[in-house]
Ligand binder design. Structure first.
Ligand SMILES: O=C(O)CCC(=O)C(=O)O
Length: 209
């Protein structure tokens, strides 16, 4: 169980439910065939989901090699395969709704759910694209639903260029699509601001990671 101080949103007190996607999502075309869809506050009552995620998910710390050292990955992780039961039924419904909305363009359903817990502003993820698997060569989509304290998701073109920022928490949705995983990179930078926990849930088609 994770015990993290969290200040709930005053505007997010309803029971959990999903808003509509149709006509609500704003598409931001990027360069080189990449795009990002954005819908703030897609999940209503998202703080209840955050509590479930903080307390029910078996969060794992990972370590990775860095030069001659092995260091802690600065966030906690859990990965749900297509057959795994997600920790809250609303997430299962969110995946179904995302598939229904995007399947014509994506050509396949969202299947897996990766989860990341950023405990506070010291947790982060460095610049990367999701290029393990098919995202390295083919257009695909990664849909991210955010819970808890808002954090910046930055995107920049691979090879350099201006970055763009989405501030994501409290039930917000972004979908990175087209060539985004191979022509752009994204990151969640550390922040010195006092922030509570944020959980990101990333829905991906199978074979994309
Ligand atoms: O926390 C996020 O929203 C981004 C997560 C991410 O980039 C990843 O796990 O690949």
């Amino acid at each position: 169980m994770i015990d993290l101080a969290y200040q709930p949103s005053m505007f997010d007190v309803a029971g959990p439910s999903l808003g509509s996607l149709t006509g609500q999502v704003t598409r931001h075309p990027l360069s080189r065939g990449a795009w990002v869809d954005h819908l703030p506050g897609w999940v209503l009552g998202s703080d209840a989901i955050l509590q479930t995620l903080l307390h029910e998910v078996e969060w794992r710390a990972e370590r990775r090699k860095m030069y001659d050292d092995v260091v802690d990955v600065p966030r906690l992780l859990h990965w749900y395969g297509a057959e795994d039961t997600l920790p809250h039924p609303l997430l299962t419904e969110a995946r179904r709704r995302l598939t229904a909305h995007y399947v014509e363009e994506l050509g396949e359903p969202f299947m897996t759910a990766g989860m990341c817990l950023y405990r506070d502003g010291r947790d982060s993820v460095a610049w990367h694209g999701d290029t393990i698997g098919r995202g390295a060569r083919f257009d695909t989509m990664v849909a991210i639903v955010s819970f808890g304290s808002p954090r910046s998701l930055l995107l920049r073109p691979r090879g350099g260029g201006d970055s763009i920022r989405f501030v994501l928490g409290h039930g917000d949705l972004v979908v990175m699509g087209g060539s985004c995983q191979r022509t752009w990179e994204h990151s969640i930078p550390k922040t010195a601001r006092p922030v509570g926990p944020r959980v990101s849930v990333q829905f991906r088609p199978s074979g994309v990671a």
